[in-house]
Design a protein around this ligand. Structure first.
Ligand SMILES: Nc1ncnc2c1ncn2[C@@H]1O[C@H](COP(=O)(O)OP(=O)(O)OP(=O)(O)O)[C@@H](O)[C@H]1O
Ligand SMILES: [Mg+2]
Length: 299
């Protein structure tokens, strides 16, 4: 086993293999990037960002059954392990932990789980009951198993990122949570493993989501209702996108911001295009000199 930058990363499938490979990495400086595989440039950007400031990067590839609902088809999720490994090699990953569910959950579905609390019931949580409890439970386990000091997550999954930060703070996990801005295709579509489900015409339709966010952000100086109106105007022109929600919320509480609000807010959208549910969001500064933000100023 090498794990050298030039070669393929070490692949660990079992807890024992992970323990051995992890023991060869320095303590105190291991960043983790958690994924479900089917890696794209969003994942590669997380890895490259982590590599800039950490001696070692561990990538986990695990399709977590606990965070998929009964109507969400886990079996059709794209699996592209060899290509994933090549992306990991190029981006400078030391170690890939790619377990099966029986490795992560040796006693079956865990009876004890992390509860996301009220922040897990809104937005994505409304359409996906139990999703965030399942997500946090596996994130907690993977933090323990990899013994990471930092963990990198994408802003694309804003509610997930917020909940992971809250979990680490509320439950005293000694992990530095770092967010990375959303990586987009040249035409604006947020990269996502699920984009491979889109037909060419779905893909055209899907552009209305990012276009709506941009239109909303362009109205940021005029205040919350102008932002919502501008974004909604784009979405209503695309009847093939079945919008689940379009919200402008406080980035820490996920509560709708009132009309007098000025400051940073999260403009988030979710909808179904064809058979695929897509999400996207944009951090926005509301008020004078307002507009889209790369990231929020306070984590
Ligand atoms: N376009 C993107 N830009 C930045 N980070 C991203 C992007 N897409 C995914 N990520 C991040 O990569 C990590 C792993 O995400 P995941 O494996 O679920 O990929 P995904 O593309 O979101 O897949 P899916 O659409 O099925 O959820 C998460 O932290 C997620 O926020
Ligand atoms: Mg995802």
């Amino acid at each position: 086993m090498g794990g050298t930058r030039a070669g393929l990363p070490v692949v660990a499938r079992t807890r024992e293999e992970l323990r051995e490979a992890r023991a060869r990495l320095d303590d105190g400086d291991v960043a983790v990037v958690m994924t479900m595989g089917a890696l794209h440039d969003g994942h590669a950007t997380l890895i490259r960002t982590a590599r800039r400031t950490h001696a070692h990067v561990v990538v986990t590839i695990f399709l977590n059954p606990l965070q998929f609902g009964p109507k969400e088809d886990l079996s059709r999720y794209p699996r592209t392990f060899d290509a994933d490994l090549e992306i990991c090699r190029e981006a400078g990953v030391d170690l890939v932990f790619a377990p099966t569910p029986d490795v992560v959950y040796p006693d079956g579905d865990p009876g004890v789980r992390i509860s996301a609390g009220p922040l897990g019931d809104v937005l994505e949580g409304q359409s996906r009951p139990g999703h965030f409890d399942g997500m946090l439970t596996v994130v907690a386990k993977l933090m323990h198993l990899t013994r990471c000091t930092s963990a990198y997550f994408g802003q694309k999954d804003a509610q997930q990122l917020l909940l992971i930060r809250r979990m680490c703070r509320d439950l005293d996990f000694p992990v530095n949570v770092v967010s990375v801005p959303t990586v987009r295709e040249p035409d604006g579509l947020a990269m996502s493993s699920r984009n491979t489900y889109l037909t060419p015409s779905d893909r055209e339709t899907a552009l209305c989501l990012s276009a709506a966010l941009r239109a909303g952000a362009a109205a940021a100086e005029e205040g919350p209702s102008a932002i919502r109106r501008a974004a909604r105007a784009v979405l209503v022109r695309e009847p093939l996108a079945l919008v689940d929600y379009l919200v402008l919320v406080d980035p820490h509480t996920l509560v709708d911001v009132p009309e007098w609000y000025r400051g940073e807010a999260l403009l988030a959208v979710a909808g179904r295009v064809g058979t695929t549910r897509l999400i996207d969001n944009l951090p926005v500064l509301v008020g004078p000199r307002g507009g889209p933000l790369e990231t929020f100023s306070q984590p």
